[in-house]
Design a protein around this ligand. Structure first.
Ligand code: GLC
Length: 730
């Protein structure tokens, strides 16, 4: 008897229970795994670069591949490619779903790091907003746009904690503080994955690079990492745990080693901690050829050995090395790798695909993302860019008045577009960037003088004629990102000399610094009339900058990384822990540190000015003691906008465990509250302190909270504030 499509599909689903939505997720996963051959299981662990529905047809149809990485190459953030196309994704997907034996859909991954077609500030700039909701909204839009082009998996957020501005990848990070990176990273995960992964416009997120990559020696990318497990647990693992708790679907292993053990073979951290202790049931993906690189790291004799070590350590998907596809089946058949280990990897990949709804919705709608960013997405990009700016100094010159006279806009970024998108911009287009030059002309109705950007002698001529100079300087994104570390933190060659010469004219000089890292701005901070850090602010760089410089918006960003006095001062961050000496630290905390330089950072973590001023009232505590179990203390402080303009104050709470089983940070960010206050208004920042915020791992790697004293500091940055002692009672 002919059966309708409904009956056929029901009969089909009875034969394929993994397609039956009414079944519990794990039943569906198990049902499919039970049907899979060893070759098909290995196929799910195999990922290649830019899968092609033509040349890779047989590989797809045989179930020999589980996912594709759509990228320009091994360091995708540095080279552009032709972009992603829904039609190509759908073509490959149709082969997988309709021609392979089990019809398992493919995952399509891409580095959507800070926007897709609508490009937001680089992650370090997003971190400078200290705004979880804004970061979540940006990730949400990025996911909507990327999924419209067929992307189902992004390799973000990057959660590497680093106090090393020489390292080019700090541009992709969310800063030096575990609590800031953890909360903003979790917000990104929620943005990418939506309330439920698999809903419309969602992509699987990926917390990377697990773990300790930000500790590369000398800030040189890929360098070896020396760190103990205590610091890993009390600093570097924390944002990853936040991401896992936020439901992050995947985690990427780091290229680097931890004290001699490469992360792609680090069974203790991947399998025992991430998957065991934390109960992570998602997918661990290798970084690009990370499995194959175990040979170069000198811990594997060949690709077969590398495959055996990586799968045993808990790396579920081999990104592009081909080691799993070439050797896993034989390693299982020879008994060297238990089948259960491959089952675990395949199960996790299948679970992700079922969680993602790919069996129900394997294809992307025919239309790709908008041909250009929608107006409302540009507004979000502008909001994020403006929120990322950090005002470092201001001698009253900013905000500029529209009738401020003849304004010269100069510097290598004055007419830039593409470069303002920053590193790891794969699908943004330079020609779509609203440049500073166009923005200032719009604002000043063509009255601004725009220099040719070559910072030449013509610049001096124009500066002499102008009433004020706005110099847009800093580093090109080709100096930040992967494989782009630097040994010197000064401004790129030539910029300081011209800035100094302009300043010598004695007219107001406003310096805007575009950068992917903290820089040693040295004397610029002294001779300029105002300095604003703008990171690489993305699509709406120009309007966001001009609205800020001319007072339509007030800068509200705060430094997510310390700006050191010089490269010689590194490491220099808010992660510092107490030492046994200087002998009389109370009298001179810097004694014995450097004989030839001041020690305190040039600009502390959390700092940033606004166009107004804030004054803090006394610290108020609901109590000075709290019970170890279930206790809490309310801390509040009144903040007055004591200036003439509205502004945003980021009130920061730092804690210090006075006596612990191991040395604990002198000031560790524990929480923050943003207050937006009109001139003269008073706001109250209220925090709830709990013993949990003092938890740490001790000498035995046991997580604990000690009864005893702690120091509470509330203020505008890590350099100081109002303090009070509290006691945790057992
Ligand atoms: C790169 C990066 C990683 C990225 C991956 C895929 O080498 O280390 O962050 O997600 O390869 O492009």
């Amino acid at each position: 008897m002919a059966t309708g499509p409904e009956e056929a599909s029901q009969r089909g689903n009875m034969a394929r229970p993994w397609l039956r939505l009414e079944l519990p997720q794990e039943e569906r996963v198990q049902a499919l795994l039970a049907e899979m051959t060893l070759a098909e299981k290995v196929g799910q662990t195999h990922q290649i670069h830019n899968l092609d529905p033509g040349s890779d047809r047989e590989l797809i149809a045989s179930g020999g591949i589980g996912s594709s990485l759509m990228a320009s190459g091994a360091t995708a953030g540095n080279e552009r490619d032709e972009g992603v196309r829904a039609c190509a994704v759908n073509a490959a997907q149709r082969i997988a779903v309709q021609e392979s034996r089990l019809g398992i859909p493919l995952l399509f991954g891409r580095d959507v790091i800070h926007g897709h077609r609508t490009v937001f500030p680089i992650p370090l700039g997003l971190a400078a907003t200290w705004d979880e909701d804004l970061v979540r909204r940006a990730a949400r839009l990025a996911a909507t746009e990327a999924s419209a082009d067929g992307v189902t998996w992004t390799f973000a957020p990057m959660l590497d904690i680093s106090e090393e501005p020489r390292w080019g990848r700090v541009a992709e990070s969310l800063g030096e503080a575990p609590v800031l990176a953890g909360r903003l990273g979790a917000a990104m995960v929620r943005g990418f994955q939506g309330e439920v992964l698999g809903g419309p416009g969602t992509v699987a997120a990926c917390a990377k690079h697990f773990v300790g990559y930000g500790l590369v020696g000398g800030g040189r990318d890929y360098e070896t990492v020396q760190v103990g497990e205590n610091t890993l647990r009390n600093v570097h693992l924390r944002p990853f745990l936040d991401a896992v708790r936020a439901g992050c679907a995947t985690v990427m292993a780091a290229f680097t080693d931890v004290d001699g053990v490469p992360m792609h073979a680090h069974r203790r951290l991947l399998r025992d901690v991430l998957k065991g202790e934390w109960g992570f049931d998602g997918v661990v993906v290798a970084d690009w050829d990370g499995v194959g690189q175990l040979v170069a790291q000198g811990v594997a004799t060949d690709l077969r050995d590398a495959a055996a070590q990586a799968i045993a350590a808990g790396v579920d998907i081999d990104m592009v090395s081909g080691a799993y596809a070439a050797h896993l089946a034989e390693l299982v058949e020879s008994g060297q790798v238990p089948l259960a280990v491959v089952d675990d990897a395949a199960r996790r990949v299948i679970r992700l695909k079922i969680r993602h709804g790919l069996f129900e919705h394997p294809y992307v709608a025919a239309t790709t993302s908008a041909p250009q960013p929608w107006p409302q997405s540009r507004l979000l990009a502008r909001e994020a860019a403006a929120a990322s700016f950090v005002l470092l100094t201001n001698k009253g010159t900013l905000p500029l008045a529209p009738d401020t006279g003849r304004v010269l806009l100069t510097g290598p970024f004055a007419q830039e577009g593409e470069a303002l998108l920053g590193t790891w911009t794969l699908d943004g287009r330079g020609e779509e960037v609203a440049s500073p030059a166009s923005a200032i002309q719009t604002l000043l109705r063509g009255e601004a003088v725009i220099d040719d950007g070559r910072f030449s002698d013509q610049t001096m001529h124009l500066a002499r004629q102008a009433d004020i100079t706005v110099a847009l300087v800093g580093e090109h994104p080709s100096r930040s990102g992967e494989a782009h570390s630097v040994a010197d933190l000064g401004l790129p060659a030539g910029q300081l000399e011209v800035l100094r010469a302009i300043a010598a004219l004695g007219k107001p000089l406003v310096v805007v610094v575009f950068t992917g890292r903290p820089l040693d701005l040295g004397e610029v901070l002294d001779f300029a009339d105002a300095v604003l850090v703008a990171w690489h602010p993305g699509l709406e760089a120009g309007p966001a900058l001009m609205e800020t410089l001319f007072g339509e918006r007030s800068p509200g960003g705060r430094l997510p990384m310390t700006f050191p006095r010089s490269v010689g001062h590194l490491p220099s961050s808010s992660l510092a822990r107490p030492t046994g000496r200087p002998i009389d630290a109370a009298r001179d905390p810097a004694a014995g540190r450097y004989l030839d330089a001041l020690v305190v950072p040039r600009l502390p973590f959390g700092s940033g000015l606004t166009y107004t001023t804030f004054s803090y009232g006394p610290l108020r505590l609901s109590a000075t003691e709290m019970a170890l179990h279930g206790g809490s203390i309310q801390v509040s402080i009144d903040v007055t906008n004591s200036g003439e303009r509205p502004g945003r104050e980021v009130v920061q709470l730092y804690l210090r465990d006075i006596v612990a089983d191991v040395t604990r940070p002198l000031v560790e960010l524990a929480d923050w509250v943003s207050l937006v206050l009109d001139a003269g208004a008073v706001g109250t920042a209220t925090f709830t302190i709990t013993p949990e915020q003092l938890a740490y791992y001790d000498r035995t790697m046991t997580r604990r909270i000690d009864p005893g004293e702690a120091l509470v500091t509330v203020g505008p940055d890590a350099a100081g504030g109002s303090c009070a002692r509290i006691t945790v009672t057992d």
